[in-house]
Write a protein of this length. Sequence first.
Lengths: 255, 401
Amino acid sequence: MSESKQEHLTGSEQPESAGRRAFLGTSAAVAGASLVPGVILYSAAQGRAPGEPASSAVRWGMLIDTAKCGDGCSDCVTACHDENGVAHKTGPQDPQWIRKVDIRNLQTGARHSLPMLCQHCEHPPCVDVCPTGASMKRADGIVLVDRHICIGCRYCMMACPYKARSLVHEPLTDQNPEVPRGMGCVESCTFCVQRVDRNETPACVEACNAQGHNAMLFGNLNDPESEIARTVKTYATTEVRADLNLNTGVRYQGI
Amino acid sequence: MNIAFREIEGRSAGFWLFFAALGLLALIGVSSALYMEHHGHIVTGMDNQIVWGMPHVFAVFLIVAASGALNVASIGTVFGKTPYKPLNRLSGLLAIALLAGGLMVLVLDLGRADRLIVAMTYYNFKSIFAWNVILYNGFFAIVIAYLWTMMDRAGGAWYQAVGLFAFVWRLVLTTGTGAIFGFLVAREAYDAALYAPMFIVFSFNYGLAVFLLVLMGFYKWTDRPLGDMVVLRLKNLLGVFIAASFYFVFVYHITNLYFTKHHGLEAFILTSGGIHTALFWVGQMLLGYALPLAILYSNLGNSRAWIALASALAIVGGLAQMYVTIIGGQAWPIELFPGYAVSSSFYDGVVHSYSPSGVEILLGIGGVAVALLLTTFAVKVLRFLPERLDDETVAALHGAK
């Protein structure tokens, strides 16, 4: 099932795209041919070749170190919204795939600043409640919305404990062809699935590293040799709303 | 003893004016939805904080009232109370009409209302919403079958069996409606099993209030006799259902008040929530519960006009309750970090405000109009209403089959 849904979310989303699809297909084939050796290497590591289904051998995760997260820095937000074609607006009706949240302990006064995004739960409430199955979790743990069967009921937005989801309230222009979006559908962080499938890191992580903060670590939690798996095994990390037992893919350090 | 049912004449100017007014409201409602569909939800007051708004207040009210409207028929069929039997056709009709109105609002508010076929063909069976789609569709089919057993001699043999099935189905249906909120772990105001039985009791209340108003309205306008035996029974029952609604709301809040972690939410709804607090105390408690109870259980409760007022107040209270439950429950911020003050550009940690736009309200009113339009049309073309419901006729039914 995840394989066919992944097909939806990559090439075939654009309605007018028969020609473009063919072009993309050819380009992908050419690119694929030139990258074959690399693709094989990626597959052996953690990326995946075009057409290859997502594998449950991988569980993508993110570790956010709030001690390293820059107070007032929102490069991750900018990078995410640039990458995914989300307008940089912050009105109540505007989507935000990732946001900086400032928290202050009411007893001790301790302050932290951290990015909040879809937590890519193992047991996502948004997937549970979605009537059509549009909200779904890929085999590799990435939680996505299939834009073809989302009816815009917003029940997932009611159900998400992290307020990670947004409805597209108005017509969209200048979209990133790799990131299909549409008015009336619900959307959220995809871990930049289009990049991850090319074995790149999500745009937010890249931006954080470029800034030198290195507060966001992305990787395969199922690979015991990966940096993220080793770190979460060594240091105390927490899930937001751990009481809900959702086993989030995003974990935090320093709070 | 047989009861004679007859269509209403519906030839007067007043009738057509009423019919046209409902048609116009329904048309305005649908046009509002088309406007929303074209421009997106940007033209509504709903946003990424208050994701369900006025359309849901109306839709859930109508859906809950629909299942409750069927109760009158169930009392006759399942519990063998023969005086209720002449009312069973109207009861079934109202159940269908209210559900149709409610679902119209719910569906037209979808971000992608054009994908209704997807909602009907793709099911995630872990979703209570998906189950509700099945429960709503099944309700239509079962109540239509139920009406057939009432109205066609050929179906008479199935009357008891279908009536019992419809009764069980409606209880499951309202359990499903309540569970839409009860199954939401993320939000403090929901996440309670109590929602299912509470919504069932709300449905008894709202459905009967609508039934009483419609019954008295039709009989008054068509000059058909309607005796106290029917009306006083129903108004006493309405009083019981209003009291039961209050009981469930009381248990819900007293439980939340017992748990320290819910004190913020309770303080918000009960004391500092602005419109939500006002609607809770004035709309739901005073207008919805206290006043109708005072009317129904005092001498005023013998007057038709006062009973009509009490029924209308119960409906107003029901709409207020839905607003507080649905909008109030979302206005209180999701607790991301217990023990922390939270702020962000996405309105974390702050009470969310909501100003419903005209299109949302008009869509909701359109749903009410569709329900009344269907009912009015049906009683004109088919035999839903007994010619006489005077005390003598109803008394003769006592002990009759």
